[in-house]
Design a protein around this ligand. Sequence first.
Ligand code: FAD
Length: 278
Amino acid sequence: MSSKPHFSIEFFPPATPEGVEKLRGVRDQLAALKPEFFSVTYGAGGSTRDRTLQVVREIREAGLDAAPHLSCIGATQASIREHLAEFREIGVKRIVALRGDLPSGMADPGEFRYANELVEFIRKDSGDEFFLEVAAYPEVHPQARSYEADLTAFVRKVQAGANSAITQYFYNADAYFHFVDAARKAGVTIPILPGIMPIASYSKLARFSESCGAEIPQWMRRKFEGFGDDAESVRAFGLDVVTAMCERLITGGAPGLHFYSLNQTGLTTELCRRLGLV
Ligand code: FAD
């Protein structure tokens, strides 16, 4: 690998005081890898509003760059303005702008229907103050009518003013390359960073992948299933396949990587080490 690609690391806001304390240690260890920024997820409908902001605030206080995720489903223009004011106050420069999913039991979608409307609103409200990341789906968003419709929706977010994109995780590098090619043909020039999910537990990954539309290739499934409860083999094989995929992505032109850390240090650190990012 000639030049070092950028990389960033994602956290979720812990639900317990113990989790919050643990994340401080995780953050400090991962900060030593010098990621470009840490992003912090946001529970759609505002369920983690305060917790997300607190984690972001502490990242900023530690002198690091933080990118809060912000979803617009269920939100109003006024509530988004409040978020932007809070972000401004703690020196946030980058936001991951999302639609999110309407939580069960919440009926009112609010004043925004899709992420492109959030991007448009932030641009109208705050000009170029924030660097806006949006989500991309190389294997197609599960609710999309078709591959083409999803690509059009992505292009709309870029036209509304997104600066960069982070993909849903995948384990098939060809899906990423195909998506980037299609986006380039549609006139998209912004960086599209692959989202990388390290594999800690196959059963959890399989469950989660069902809901978010990420495919675990059959050959990987069969191999993981063969390991049964042997967590060490799952970890070793997971690291090997994810490292190999990241190497292919970078060699093939991916501008960087975004690691879904799941608030753990081990796998992300090891991947960065193997990839020569640190
Ligand atoms: P959109 O881009 O609005 O797309 C949503 C769906 O609507 C797609 O199927 C799209 O094809 C379709 N669509 C878009 N525009 C139109 C239109 N005009 N007409 C018809 N259909 C349209 N979720 C969270 O709750 N919190 C998080 O912090 C979070 N972080 C994420 C980070 C990344 C990098 C990624 C990839 C996903 C994240 N998600 C998060 C999940 C995300 O919120 C869900 O996938 C959600 O369902 C879609 O959000 P979006 O911003 O991609 O939506």
